[in-house]
Design a protein around this ligand. Structure first.
Ligand code: GLY
Length: 573
């Protein structure tokens, strides 16, 4: 038998793909939607093996570090929103932190100007990674399986390899020159210096060994010992700041979720250091008084309303949001319905506001935006919304030599200088200034929408500053426009973030006469996304009267894989 067939057979046995493959996008007893087919199969296999949604999300999270390396990670951070079937809702913050030696002006030159690239393309760009701590803490507190059971599929994928999908092979080739700057990166992402081609087996031995150390020793297999030694050696080689002490000190934080309501649904989302949940709830509060359903999907009225809500919410983000452990974020007020109404008092249904006139409320935005989001619901009704990131695509592009893992460039999510845009064009000030040990502000918006006490929709997205508006649109599409999850996720999107004052939109997203109507209202700056580059990647799952449905975003090559037990299969006959 050819070697490749043997390896695929081994992998299929190890992960037990059989049931999962028969149930694409539907499951009676669980569903997992991620950016990677392999990771979704891992998650569905864990459900089939008796694991719950947290076990599945953790296993799929480790698998994504192997099969979706642009954003899945061990060297980055993330946010997990968990809602257990008994109604308990909690979030795990494993956002990266600034190293102890970081300082407020570390990216400025002698003239006080931002040095281009320092916060994105250098060892100084790397924040202390949180993913491993967060995934293991989530497993320990809310999972049911052993560390070995949930990490082993990722180890198999790294050690035995997987057949390289076309999109990944092309992405590696496009970044060949960036990887070439770091020998360890070139070693992982090229085939002895030549670009990988689709269909080749992609094996990652160093990454498998790193995963094995985590499997054996838990957090000490990452934050201490050999992995930590290799990471710190990489920092010392490249002038980075992370020390052994930074790694040992890193802890994930359990935080209460932010809660809002929208037309009789409960919104459970991520609090700071993400701005995602706060802005999502604030924007929903602003549009709730309007009859969006009657105004209709894609109408000039609806788009105008949503742009104006976005403009005001992102202005508040720049002023008021940052790490709550360092800055007093006025959260109660930001998510208050009365505050939203007063903030929206100057909304004119016939006229665009000027971003220059919209300051922050008195209590109070170019990149390849590669974060990744997964959504899981299991047969018991436990749900997980999980967004994880290296920040930009493939993070800093630096593989810590000997570990096989890419390091983040999350430090760019801080505000390097007041009112100076980061890679996403986002502005910030004091609330998000750099300080030792502080978490940089995020836009990640993992969200669970609850209806009648049960998780109805689990959603979220990558996309930097566009994450929050993507999540908003998926929710509005389901609740106001009555779309199913595939329609809601597939529908064209637009995005506005206060500054820069422009609207980006997808091809076929806005009809010519709608665009004319919006221009007439004063929305004059429009940027059409090039074909093939959509806004967001909102892998989502939804409970319906006909079981659980999943949607991998059609903009990318992910997968939603369901699980139906034999019991469920018999019942549906
Ligand atoms: N790095 C993107 C975000 O966290 O918003």
């Amino acid at each position: 038998m050819p070697r490749i067939i043997v390896l695929i057979a081994t992998l299929c046995c190890a992960l037990d793909l059989s049931a999962a493959q028969r149930e694409p996008r539907h499951g009676d007893d669980g569903i997992v939607a991620t950016r990677s087919y392999f990771a979704s199969v891992v998650g569905a296999s864990i459900l089939r093996g008796g694991g719950n949604a947290v076990d599945a999300a953790v296993a799929a999270g480790f698998a994504l570090a192997v099969t979706h390396p642009s954003a899945g990670n061990l060297g980055g951070g993330g946010f997990m929103v968990i809602r257990m079937a008994d109604g308990t809702a909690i979030t795990n913050d494993h956002r990266e932190k600034a190293p102890a030696a970081a300082s407020r002006d570390m990216y400025l030159d002698d003239e006080g100007e931002v040095v281009e690239g320092l916060s994105t393309r250098s060892h100084l760009a790397v924040g202390v990674p949180g993913t491993v701590a967060g995934l293991l803490d989530a497993l320990e507190k809310y999972g049911t399986m052993s560390r070995k059971e949930v990490i082993q599929p990722a180890i198999v994928l790294a050690r035995n390899g997987f057949v390289l999908p076309r999109d990944l092979a092309l992405a590696f080739e496009r970044r060949k020159d960036q990887f070439a700057r770091y020998p360890a990166s070139a070693e992982v992402f090229t085939n002895e210096g030549e670009p990988y081609t689709a269909g080749e087996l992609f094996v990652q031995h160093d990454l498998a060994r790193t995963l094995e150390r985590i499997r054996r020793r838990g957090r000490d297999g990452f934050y201490k010992g050999k992995t930590a030694d290799l990471l710190v050696a990489e920092m010392e080689r490249g002038g980075g700041l992370i020390t052994h002490q930074d790694l040992e000190d890193y802890m994930s934080v359990w935080r209460e979720p932010l809660r809002g309501t929208y037309r009789g649904h409960e919104i459970v989302s991520m609090p700071p250091p993400s701005s995602g949940g706060a802005l999502l709830i604030q924007m929903l509060n602003m549009i709730e008084p309007y009859d969006v359903s009657t105004m209709g999907f894609g109408s000039a009225d609806t788009i105008h309303l949503m742009i104006e809500a976005e403009r005001r919410a992102y202005a508040d983000r720049a002023e008021h949001l940052g790490d709550p452990d360092f800055y007093p974020v006025p959260m109660a007020r930001l998510t208050d319905k009365d505050y939203a109404r007063s903030r929206f008092e100057d909304f004119d249904p016939n006229k665009a506001s000027l971003s220059s006139d919209i300051g922050p409320g008195t209590t109070p935005v170019k990149e390849s935006p590669d974060t990744t989001h997964m959504s899981v619901i299991d047969g018991e009704g436990n749900a997980v919304a999980y967004t994880t990131t290296l920040n930009l695509s493939y993070g800093s592009k630096i593989v810590a030599a000997g570990t096989g893992m890419l390091l983040n460039n999350e430090m760019d999510d801080f505000s390097s200088k007041d009112n100076t845009p980061n890679a996403f064009g986002l502005l910030g000030r004091e609330a998000n200034a750099i300080a030792p040990g502080k978490r940089m502000l995020s836009s990640m918006t993992p969200t669970i929408v609850v209806k009648d006490g049960e998780p109805m929709l689990v959603t979220g997205s990558p996309g930097g500053s566009t994450i929050i508006t993507t999540t908003l649109q998926v929710i509005v599409n389901v609740i106001d426009h009555d779309m199913d999850v595939s329609q809601a996720v597939g529908a064209p999107r637009f995005h506005h973030q206060w500054q820069p004052n422009r609207i980006i939109y997808e091809p076929f997203g806005i009809s010519p006469d709608t665009l004319t109507g919006l221009r007439e209202r004063g929305h004059t700056e429009w940027v059409l996304m090039p074909f093939g580059r959509g806004i967001g990647d909102a892998n989502s799952v939804m409970r319906t009267g006909d079981g659980l449905k999943g949607a991998s975003d059609p903009r990318n090559a992910g997968a939603a894989v369901g699980y139906t037990s034999d019991r469920g299969r018999r019942a549906s006959r």
